[in-house]
Design a protein around this ligand. Sequence first.
Ligand code: ADP
Ligand code: MG
Length: 346
Amino acid sequence: MVTTFEEYETVDLFADWDSKTQPIINLINLRKWFPVSQQSVLFSQVVAQIKAVDGVKLFLNKGETLGLVGESGCGKSTTARVISKLEEPTEGSVYFKGIDIFQPMTREEELSIKRQLQMVFQDPYSSLNPRRMVLDLIKEPFDIHYPDMAYEEKESRVLEILAKVGLEDYHALRYPHEFSGGQRQRIGIARALAIHPEVILLDEPVSALDVSVQAQILNLLRDLQIDFNLTYMFIAHDLSVIKHVSDRVAVMYLGKIMEMTPTGELFRRTAHPYSVSLLSAIPRPDPRIKMDRIILEGDVPSPINPPSGCPFHPRCYKAQEICSKETPQLKEIEPNHYVSCHFPEI
Ligand SMILES: Nc1ncnc2c1ncn2[C@@H]1O[C@H](COP(=O)(O)OP(=O)(O)O)[C@@H](O)[C@H]1O
Ligand SMILES: [Mg+2]
């Protein structure tokens, strides 16, 4: 007898959540600071804070793909790690289906939330234990979340999920090093998908792959999203992939969201000067179409000591005095178009 996942569902934390009117994930002023300590023989002292995530507001709607884009080091991975409960926030809240996931809860509730929020990492090789067979790697989430499930059933579910991600039964008995990069990412996806999550946080899932393999993995992700009614947060450091896969895009800079809008809007009615700079860096397929390239001057400042006011002001072509004094808040300037800027382009 095959038991269904519904029978295993023991917690009904989310009874009040309405998928039509409420986001599935909602971040409110999320902060994640990492302390920097100075060690001496006798004691260690916190001398600074790395403000990796510094007041992020964003939401995901059920069934959509939200692209999260920003230069390396701006806090994208940390945001995803806090959402999936791999890190605790320093301040602010993460709501999943209307529930604050960091409120005190029972172990069952904790597991139920973790089961529904899964992550796929950029480098599947370092995130897969090299000493374990694929069968065991994909079976592990069942061992954690469904310890009472019969071994045969776990095994048949592993084979089922391998087929879903385009791998064969015999692959179950192989080890990670026997696979290509694209196949390893399929294993990473299978592991995340095994226990039927609602949301998958995809942290640069194709950045380490060859372009031809990237397209295959992106197609697979799209098919799985439809099959399993998944919600994705798709992280990338540039817009070239994001613009093809996302329904909406959130642009991040130094721990904050600068702009969040439907993908088409971002290109047609770009509002934040930082988004304008990112867009102008995408190579054009037709070189006859001239576009002024805005070259971003200087490096991204350190998150240990971010600029006052708007963190982008030292590199911004529109900056005025107020930009160094007052931090602009993320505001809805048009329906579904959120911007944090004193002088948006629209
Ligand atoms: N565990 C950690 N301890 C200390 N600093 C960290 C840790 N994780 C990330 N950081 C720092 O936080 C900042 C944001 O990192 P990250 O979220 O990985 O950015 P991104 O994914 O956008 O490249 C970086 O300056 C990074 O060095
Ligand atoms: Mg990252």
